[in-house]
Design a protein around this ligand. Structure first.
Ligand code: EPU
Length: 422
């Protein structure tokens, strides 16, 4: 199993990073391909582990998936009808497998769909009850049998109104996909407006769907007969973008990232400015100059447009080096501070109480051997290792490879002293 060895403290980085397509956009778009009877072409695809797992999932359902990694293009063809069972093996390694529930239901509403429930995950409880309640509002019943949820609608799907109790990202994407061919119109309230959900809506509308906003978090979907001309360029990954900006921050360096819409990182940019970084942005790029006198800050995560929970472990690592007392409040997941004990082993002073963390910035971190336990924790520990004195060994980096494309190469190009070992 691969490990990273990082030697720090790294000198100030100065460089450019080209941000890859967003994993969390690519996965629902791939799931949405099930709604098409002909070809779907996706561009700017990040060939990370989760995307490969989703490719395997679609192939297991009967789709033909061809891709060119160098061109970042994926073509999905659905010539035959799909198999209607999503096996546990694929959902257990990647929770986003549940996204096929909505598209299979949308395409085959009167057939029985069997999707394995993913169970818990490192971040805390990952429930799908709001997804299922959303499907119920369309007339689809569900039963649980041996860890599989069976979903079907005897009389097809008919529009009504559904309001999510709280914002859910994949729940919103799932219900949108299920509603595309609905009889009449379906209104969905309190939806996620994360850029990745908007990317899905844009893709579907450009392919013939009829989804309109009624308010900031409400949409109306009028059922259409078919989707055609499925072509889409995936947006840049805002979490990857923020992660590399933070490499610039923690090394007191200068960094320029491109292939990213700065509007998708408004709250994060505000925080980076508050701590003392200089930031300039254009339509598709962000330039950051860090400071030697960074200031502490208070952060609260929340659904978009608030500070993203996925970016929280990243800023957590940065704040361990910022003089003074910073505070973080996590409002989305119950177990999102897994990087804290690892960073503390490097000499950071992070105290976690329930969903809040207090960080007392330290002048110096020291290298340590660390274990990564989830995707964003991997990058958080990498940042700690970049700032720490000496060589740190990071195990279980496969978590990071689920979502960061060319991670080692991109860091190396910035001058980070990183090697991987088996
Ligand atoms: N929730 C429920 N019941 C439900 C659905 C959600 O209680 O039926 C709760 C969850 O337990 C959580 C909160 O609602 O406490 C929000 O979860 P959400 O459903 O929004 O998360 P998700 O859709 O499963 C996506 C991303 C995550 C990201 C979250 C929050 C994808 C594939 N995953 O997950 O990404 O953290 O939204 O923004 O889009 C990552 O990339 O590292 C990652 C974990």
């Amino acid at each position: 199993m691969k490990k990273f060895i990082i030697k720090g403290p790294n000198k100030a980085v100065k460089g450019n990073v080209k941000i890859s397509g967003a994993k969390n956009s690519c996965l629902p778009l791939m799931a949405a391909s099930i709604l098409f009877k002909n070809k779907v072409i996706l561009k700017n695809v990040p060939f990370v582990k989760d995307v490969i797992t989703m490719k395997d999932l679609l192939s297991s359902l009967g789709a033909k998936v061809v891709f060119s990694e160098s061109k970042k293009i994926m073509t999905i063809t659905n010539k035959k009808n799909h198999k209607l069972i999503v096996p546990y093996k694929l959902v257990s390694t990647m929770r986003a497998g549940v996204l096929t529930m909505g598209s299979l239901l949308g395409r085959y509403p009167q057939k029985k769909i069997k999707v394995a429930l993913g169970g818990g995950c490192a971040l805390g409880i990952r429930d799908t009850s709001w997804h299922l309640a959303g499907f119920k509002s369309l007339g689809a019943k569900n039963t649980l049998d041996k860890g599989y949820v069976n979903i079907y609608s005897k009389h097809g799907l008919a529009g009504s109104v559904y309001k999510f109790p709280k914002v859910t990202v994949t729940g919103t994407s799932n219900l949108i996909m299920a509603s595309i061919f609905v009889k009449g119109r379906h209104i969905i309230k309190n939806i996620s407006i994360e850029p990745e959900v908007i990317d899905l809506i844009n893709f579907l509308n450009n392919s013939g769907a009829n989804i309109k906003f009624l308010g900031k978090r409400s949409i109306i979907i009028k059922g259409v007969k078919e989707l055609v001309n499925g072509k889409h360029t995936i947006i840049g990954d805002r979490i990857e973008a923020f992660s590399y900006l933070c490499v610039g921050v923690i090394t007191n360096g200068k960094i320029n990232i491109n292939n990213i819409n700065p509007n998708n990182l408004k709250s994060e940019i505000e925080i980076l400015k508050k701590i003392g970084c200089k930031i300039e942005s254009n339509d598709n790029s962000i330039k950051l100059i860090s400071s030697k006198n960074l200031k502490p800050v208070n952060i609260k995560t929340g659904p978009f447009p608030n500070f993203a929970t996925d970016n929280m472990p990243i800023i957590l690592a940065v704040l361990t080096k910022v003089k003074g007392k910073s505070q973080i409040e996590e409002t989305i997941f119950s177990n999102r501070y897994m990087a804290a004990p690892e960073l503390n082993r490097m000499g950071a002073k992070i105290t976690v109480k329930k969903n809040k963390a207090i960080i007392i910035g330290q002048k110096k971190l020291n290298s340590a051997d660390c274990i990564s336990s989830d995707l964003r924790t991997t990058f958080s520990i990498i940042l700690g290792a970049i700032a720490a004195q000496g060589s740190s060994k990071i195990s279980r980096i496969y978590h990071g490879l689920r979502g960061y494309y060319n991670l080692e190469l991109k860091l190396k190009k910035l001058g980070i002293k990183i090697i991987s070992k088996n």
